[in-house]
Design a binder for this molecule. Structure first.
Ligand code: UDP
Ligand code: MG
Length: 206
């Protein structure tokens, strides 16, 4: 059941008289290389704070499973470690936020490049409150991905190398952009998960 073309998001955006709840929401972007612990730490955060977590990668994988007309294209891009066209990812994110009925979101694994960032800003008209960055060296990330087994088609050494390259070339500039705006909160993610969470918690408690 692929709803991407029937999403009510477009209609909502055009409505100038009523602002839906999610359009006034607090958004925190969660970035970091593949295997840096974004999903793990977001799962920890929602247990302690009233945020709703959406992983852009998980939404894309769900879209493939739903039998979407874009499924084959999304799948081939993920297997190749490439970034899916922003229009698709942004629609999925806006639809998920709208349907949740909530107004505080952790968005993990997005924006991955400048196009992602600009399309989200233009469509959702939301600027992140801040951006969490899980900083971790590449050899540690590679070790973690190769030792986890989530049955993901992109967790093989060939795709991992491509994902690292895309991260350095496309996502690091976004991280620098938010740093220049004073919005970056950098966390040392090369430590045990519990220790990383202690550092993360502090940012949300204030
Ligand atoms: N992806 C994408 N746009 C996004 C998020 C994910 O195109 O906004 C694709 C991309 O191909 C990426 C893959 O989905 O390599 C897996 O992303 P995810 O965040 O799940 O994995 P991570 O790289 O954090 O391990
Ligand atoms: Mg993830």
């Amino acid at each position: 059941m692929a709803l991407i073309m029937e999403t009510p998001v477009d209609a909502l955006i055009k409505d100038e008289h009523e602002t839906p709840k999610w359009k006034k929401s607090t958004v925190v972007f969660v970035l970091g290389g593949p295997g840096s612990g974004k999903g793990t730490q977001c799962a920890n955060l929602v247990k302690h704070f009233s945020y709703t977590h959406f992983s852009a990668g998980d939404l894309l994988r769900a879209e493939i499973k739903s039998g979407s007309q874009f499924g084959a294209m999304i799948q081939s891009m993920i297997v190749d470690g490439r970034i899916v066209p922003s229009e698709i990812t942004v629609k999925l994110l806006c639809k998920a936020m709208e349907e949740s009925g909530d107004d505080k979101f952790l968005i993990d694994g997005f924006p991955r490049n400048e196009e992602n960032r600009i399309v989200f800003e233009n469509v959702a008209k939301i600027e992140p409150a801040f951006v969490l960055f899980f900083d971790c060296p590449e050899d540690e990330l590679e070790r973690r991905i190769m030792s986890r087994n989530q049955g993901r088609e992109d967790d093989n050494i060939e795709t991992i190398k491509k994902r690292f390259k895309v991260f350095v070339e496309s996502t690091l500039p976004i991280i620098s952009y938010y740093e220049s705006k004073g919005k970056l909160r950098k966390i040392n993610a090369a430590k045990p998960s519990e220790e990383v969470f202690e550092a993360v918690k502090v940012l949300f408690a204030s």
